[in-house]
Write a protein that binds this ligand. Sequence first.
Ligand code: 5RP
Length: 233
Amino acid sequence: MQPSSDAAKRNAAYAAADHVKDGMVVGLGSGTTAAYAILALGERRKHQNLQIFGVPSSYQAFQLAVVNGIPITTLEEHPTVDVNIDGADQIEPQLNLIKGMGAALVREKIVAASATTNIFIADETKKVTALGEGNQPVPIEVVPFSIALVRHRIQKLGGVALLRETKGKLGPVISDNGNVIMDATFGEINDPTVLNHQLKMIPGVVETGLFIGLTDIVYLGTDTAVQKFEAKR
Ligand code: 5RP
């Protein structure tokens, strides 16, 4: 598989940013691909006087919005997001996703669930035939008190769950919500809807990185082009 390129991410992100119109409330996703969408929106604001409000899905997105001159709002002020643009870790043919390798999955899913239109953007290396392919883990946000229970229940479901460790300091990754992230590997996932429900029933699981039935549009970028996929729903 080709490594993901910045040009591919940028191509997908700029195609998605074209959906945004004056007056819209825009969900600002997290990760390196979503960062290009925030950059594109900032450029449109500067050069075309695009008037929008952003709802950031993470501290990273919040900081990028500020740097790129995008006014911030909250879901309290604007409960309906017109267009949400976010990245993905894996995308299968029905456009269900795995997200959360940037540990922002809880807020990302809340923003996506608040959105009228969800656009997910990625380079083509994220396209798979089944979620979980290549031992891609499902990130899960967990209340720290429940780490042992979640590990045990995931084992009973046939998976292996590891507590995500930080790279910049010793110890576990702490999410923007003060919880930990467990990466659960199941191999190829036959029924992501069922697995999502099973995981969500475990006490202490705040949210899973399985994004089922939320996608409207996917843009997959290559170095020179972008491909559009629309969900049948
Ligand atoms: C963060 C996410 C990201 O959108 C996902 O990990 C993709 O990131 P990148 O565009 O950097 O590959 O879900 O929680």
